[in-house]
Design a protein around this ligand. Structure first.
Ligand SMILES: NC(=O)c1ccc[n+]([C@@H]2O[C@H](COP(=O)([O-])OP(=O)(O)OC[C@H]3O[C@@H](n4cnc5c(N)ncnc54)[C@H](OP(=O)(O)O)[C@@H]3O)[C@@H](O)[C@H]2O)c1
Length: 345
């Protein structure tokens, strides 16, 4: 893919620059050779005035103020939905495109919800600077893997069980898991501020609020975001989302039930050729997707590919996926959306 972001000369803002997703955007800016002179970094008042090095050059962190988006071409927002709701409109008014990693606008019918590997054409509704929403990390990891099969066999039902890493809850949750490991070794009391319990050597239901039907918000996002991204209100989805004591990268066990037959062999071919997917499926050596293997890497790794023997032949498939949800599940997908935008401006 051409590096449009580098070649066009607009200023880039990272809102939430000190966070887990913000740090990944900064990594991508450096990796893609964007000059630090074109970058503005924003975080809370707590961080304002500190600086972050991008390729050896210090960039001072600013707080958000009236007029702060003047001259910005693309603003990456990853500072929570409250900040997006407060500031995205100002960025648009200043002439910037907003690529938003929060949940603030995902289900807004006027805002495209985009995974470039899946529905890049959803951007066509944008005729000028607009908000483009990045889906939830679990949705991205699931759909990068499931869409190549859905396009051919049409998924009528999807079951998902997630194994979600600390990083999904931000930089502070990663720090707390590390501190719990240290406290375990040193036999000192564990800090339990983020999840209110011991995370190390434990797993528990995702920490988002549970709705009246008994599904938590993370599980509901998988349903509603998938329907919007696939433009398919009929697809049935059920999920159980769980936090596991992994530092970074989510795993998901995914079951797909098809409307049209698809053999396991053909599914492997489709996944092998799919953008953003890498198949890791070595039954002999028990090598399948693992979070440590996915950490810091771009693809969604897919393995344990097998026909679902609880369904009629060729009508369903089971697989296990791992994806670095700060990267493909957040910043890299945001970056790739910005590449599509940069190609148009
Ligand atoms: N982590 C993931 O895997 C992931 C995946 C997909 C989407 N997301 C979404 O991305 C967003 C950020 O997540 P994260 O994991 O990066 O969180 P995080 O590590 O907790 O970082 C939060 C960031 O927001 C900044 N911030 C907080 N209050 C602010 C304010 N008043 N003004 C400006 N900046 C402020 C923080 O700055 P200070 O350091 O100054 O407090 C920090 O840079 C959330 O909406 C999250 O749902 C996260």
């Amino acid at each position: 893919m051409k590096n449009f972001i580098k070649s066009k000369n607009f200023t880039i803002a990272v809102v939430g620059a000190t966070g887990a997703v913000g740090a990944e955007f900064i990594e991508l800016l450096h990796f893609n050779g964007v000059s630090p002179d074109r970058v503005r970094l924003f975080a809370s008042e707590r961080s304002a005035g500190r600086s972050i090095s991008i390729g050896g050059k210090s960039v001072v962190i600013e707080s958000l103020k009236q007029g702060c988006f003047h001259g910005v071409g693309v603003a990456f927002f990853s500072a929570g939905k409250g900040i997006s709701k407060l500031w995205a409109a100002q960025a648009i008014a200043a002439g910037a495109w907003v690529v938003d990693n929060s949940s603030a606008f995902r289900m807004d019918s006027a805002v495209p919800l985009v995974i470039p590997e899946v529905n890049a054409n959803a951007l066509d509704v944008c005729k000028g600077p607009s908000i483009v929403a990045v889906p939830n990390c679990s949705t991205i990891v699931a759909l990068v893997a499931a869409t190549p099969l859905h396009r051919v066999a049409k998924v009528r039902r999807m079951t998902v069980a997630t194994y979600q890493a600390a990083s999904g809850a931000g930089a502070a949750a990663m720090r707390e898991l590390e501190l719990q490991a240290k406290a375990f070794v040193e036999k000192t009391p564990m800090r339990t501020e983020i999840f209110g319990r011991q995370y190390l050597f434990n797993c528990f239901s995702h920490n988002s609020a549970i709705g009246p039907e008994g599904y938590n918000e993370e599980e509901a996002k998988l349903l509603y975001e998938t329907r919007k991204i696939w433009s398919d209100e009929s697809v049935r989805i059920t999920a159980t989302c769980v936090r596991v004591p992994v530092l970074r990268a989510h795993c998901e066990a995914i079951g797909l039930e098809f409307e049209r037959p698809l053999t396991e062999v053909r599914a492997r071919e489709l996944l092998g050729a799919a953008p953003g997917v890498e198949v890791v499926d070595d039954r002999i050596n028990n090598r399948f997707p693992e979070p440590l293997h996915a950490t810091g890497r771009n693809p969604v790794f897919v393995g344990r590919i097998r026909a679902d023997w609880s369904l009629p032949p060729d009508m369903g498939l089971q697989m296990f996926v791992a994806g670095d949800q700060i990267r493909i599940g957040a910043a890299l997908t945001g970056w790739n959306i910005a590449e599509l935008i940069a190609a148009r401006i």
